[in-house]
Design a protein around this ligand. Structure first.
Ligand SMILES: *Cc1c(COP(=O)(O)O)cnc(C)c1O
Length: 402
């Protein structure tokens, strides 16, 4: 961890291909924020970023609970942390996945959201008293950028019935929900937790865990979101009023909110059409920016030029640019027009921050453009104020790209 390069010293090497700059220090800080402020067990949703150095850093920070959705995610965590608690929280699994997870990988927690999945579990591995079935339910409106309740989650009545049936059969039972990704209202968690309490009361069955999912937001530009602490406060207050003496364990499994801030992406400008304010980058929506296709999120960015190994930040007069990625597909365009310096030219570098969640995780190799690789750095873009970043001393000897 010592002598890691800074983002600027990575830029100084003039990388031709996109590079994800990972700060273990920043991720450790975020893990500690969750561990110290969330009133229960903190897990991590592997799908948001399965990069091994992310997982290793979280394990070192003390996170031992992982939300996994596939056998490959299960294998990944088992390799890095054989004793971790795995929550197979994908409510729809194949018989093969259920069997492998239970028998080969010691998975003892699985989500379900209908009777057919419960039937499938029983016909595949039988009733297991050491298996915790977590019933995913949903309530009406979502205040999130992604409303995940369209795909998963059962109604109050069905959740009550499923809870009873699974418990009567002899499984351990729990409840979970996901308020939607990039959830903008802390009250959503309280509403969901009270809805969970109503399910528990109507079923008359105590639950082992209440898993409040992910959804904790990241501070993108132009997104006026409440501070993370307000989410923790809302959850803690509702927990105290509804579950305090229940013997139930409170769990969360953030993805984006945990991992977004620790990764910055260094991209290079392949071409500028100055007359049209159009820029072509070496990465696009088929790579690091795929999530932008589904929900535009304005990412913080800074622009740099390298001359004789010296990095300087471009002038702060900015204007909107149309941004194309490197493929020949006309859909390879950012759905919003970011602000870049009006000095931007071919060969310059643009660093985007808040790239940890759903950046590298969703990148494709479409058209022969491979996903960027990872390098370890000591900082994030947010560690630097604009003025101190300009002319910052860059020591190339520290900047060896792994
Ligand atoms: C994707 C997912 C998460 C993480 O969601 P974020 O919005 O990234 O925090 C948590 N739990 C489940 C079941 C998920 O599918």
């Amino acid at each position: 961890m010592t002598n890691l390069p800074s983002i600027l010293s990575v830029v100084a090497q003039q990388p031709e291909l996109p590079l994800y700059c990972f700060s273990a220090k920043r991720l450790t800080k975020q893990a500690n924020i969750f561990i110290n402020s969330f009133a229960g067990t903190v897990g991590y949703a592997v799908k948001s970023n399965p990069e091994p150095r992310v997982i290793r850093t979280l394990v070192a920070a003390g996170i031992d609970t992982y939300d996994v959705a596939s056998l490959n995610e299960i294998k990944l965590i088992r390799e890095i942390s054989p004793s971790a608690r795995l929550l197979f929280d994908n409510p729809v699994k194949s018989e093969h996945e259920i069997k492998e997870a239970y028998e080969t990988y010691d998975v003892r927690v699985m989500a379900i959201d209908d009777n057919h999945e419960l039937d499938k579990v029983i016909s595949t591995i039988g009733v297991k008293s050491d298996l915790e079935l977590v019933i995913r339910f949903k309530i009406g409106n979502s205040n999130a950028l992604y409303d995940l309740s369209k795909k998963f989650g059962t109604s109050h009545e069905a959740a009550v019935a499923l809870l009873k049936r699974a418990s009567d059969l002899g499984f351990q039972v729990s409840l979970t929900f996901h308020p939607g990704s990039q959830c903008s209202t802390p009250e959503s968690y309280s509403d969901y937790m009270m809805a969970a309490k109503a399910v528990v009361d109507d079923a008359g069955i105590a639950i082992k865990t209440l898993n409040v999912g992910g959804g904790f937001p990241a501070p993108y530009l132009e997104s006026d979101i409440p501070k993370l602490q307000l989410y923790f406060d809302a959850i803690e207050a509702t927990w105290a009023s509804a579950f305090a003496d229940s013997g139930t364990e409170l769990v969360c499994e953030p993805g984006r909110g945990m991992v977004d801030a620790c990764v910055s992406l260094v991209t290079r400008v392949k071409h500028v059409r100055p007359d049209a304010d159009v820029v072509f980058l070496n990465d696009g929506v088929y790579g690091a920016f795929m999530e932008q296709l589904f929900s535009p999120m304005v990412l913080p960015n800074r622009e740099f030029r390298v001359i004789d190994n010296n990095v300087s930040e471009l002038g702060s007069n900015k204007k909107n640019f149309t941004v194309f990625g490197p493929t020949c597909d006309s859909a390879d365009i950012l759905p919003y027009q970011p602000m870049f310096s009006n000095e931007l030219a071919t060969g310059d570098f643009i660093v985007f921050s808040m790239m940890g969640g759903y950046g590298s995780a969703t990148a494709t190799k479409f058209n022969g453009f491979m996903p960027g690789e990872y390098v370890d750095v000591c900082d994030t873009l947010e560690d630097h104020h604009a003025l101190s970043f300009i002319g910052e001393q860059v020591n190339n000897e520290l900047g060896a790209i792994a």
